[in-house]
Design a protein around this ligand. Sequence first.
Ligand code: NAD
Ligand code: UGA
Length: 471
Amino acid sequence: MAPVQVKKICCIGAGYVGGPTCAVIALKCPHIQVTIVDLNQARVDAWNSPDFNLPIYEPGLEDVVRQARGRNLFFSTDVDKGIREADLIFVSVNTPTKKSGVGAGFAADLNYVESATRRIAAVATSPKIVVEKSTVPCRTAESMRTILEANSKDGVRFDILSNPEFLAEGTAIADLFSPDRVLIGSLQSQEGKDACAALASVYANWVPRERILTVGLWSSELSKLAANAMLAQRISSVNALSAICEATGANIDEVAHAVGFDSRIGPKFLRASVGFGGSCFQKDILNLVYLSESLHLPQVAEYWRQVVEMNEYQKKRFSKTVVDTLFNTITGKHIAVLGFAFKADTGDTRESASITLIRDFLLERAYVTVYDPKVEEDQMWMDLAEALPSMPLEQIKKQVTIVHSALDACKQKEAIVIATEWKEFKEIDWEAVYAQMSKPAFVFDGRMILDEAKLKKIGFTVKVIGRGDRL
Ligand code: NAD
Ligand code: UGA
């Protein structure tokens, strides 16, 4: 059997991964019809909105959707039709950390992957290549195959591939246009290799062949968890060093620069911060911890768990610095928090360090004014309510004000905290801000984006993550 010529693709899950990834496939492969399906009507409506008010903010995404939507890119809630018509189906649904039951707090909740897989089995009437795009524990493809084979109609043939996604939010379109690599895992049978070749030929429309890596299924699944764990580990390492810098007067910028100059280490991903956020690093490491424990490898589990613990420590350390510096109490004080998203250039707030900081400040009974250029107000209230289950929403709303500009946020505050590295925060008129603040006026830069010397010259007391006072 020769590899299938892919003509129709269905992507189940129109989220941060399914939406941009399949929009780019549609753009780069005008000969392939791409339908992205989701159960969430509001999300699909937003993808279809006439004024391109898309459900996620991602630089360059709107342009891609404008070019392909209605041509060979479609968004729909008709999951069954999408499945039935496709030769190749991406499963790109969410895989959050389980909140209850076995493995709660660590294992990935595979409920969404399983229901999508069962739906494929229930409605498919022709052979399908089913591609695991979601990040999943090692050997999930085997469970998917068992479900598909046990439930398929009249022996319909399914080939399963793993094709994890490595895009980062905020740079998703650039990452998808020129990925470092595309990874495809398959069974090493002839059928598996043929399915792999069919998917590789889709990517080959714009990705150089040497960047398309083909490996075994389990290696592919594990490589995704490994890549995220190692990226997060770099941040926890540099954040651990930032604590030493603060205590000794060393400068983490200089340390990271010097260390990153070693070509074996490299300069990227060594920016100390108030802690990593995002929907995946913590979730995927906890998943790896769970996997290690299930495999009776407690030392391995402990090793990876420490990466998450260091991240929690970093967030706590930062809010403690704020309290300590503001004369050991922030009760009744007014603090501006600039940034709510987990990183710049996204509206995504999942696991954002900003949420943890605001929670800590509210528990100290401070008043917080928040500004973020992209995060919707409703999202902020939802996140804060979830982070503070014991505090009624009315109380949260008494202590928190959401405003629509950085300057408004900073007006008449005692301290300003930079929680997200949005570029516009560098361009604030700091002299004007200083003039309005009660003195001494404090700035806490959790992202190392501000010009410390300039702020100090204006009169601010400045605390930058990873920089000690002792020189
Ligand atoms: P998301 O929550 O933004 O999107 C998932 C979508 O799937 C939701 O819109 C949900 O309604 C839909 N869905 C769930 N079950 C469904 C079903 N049975 N049928 C149809 N639709 C269904 O999640 P995401 O951020 O896109 O992440 C998806 C996967 O990709 C996760 O496994 C994640 O770990 C992985 N990943 C995410 C990123 C990222 O930057 N967000 C990057 C790489 C990998
Ligand atoms: C990360 C990975 O970079 C992607 O390769 C992966 O596909 C994705 O997770 C995923 O699986 O979801 P993402 O979380 O979108 O992407 O964004 P990153 O740029 O990795 O940033 C994650 C967090 O680390 C952010 O809070 C960021 O501010 C922080 N960070 C990043 C640092 O604190 N320091 C750094 O040097 C880099």
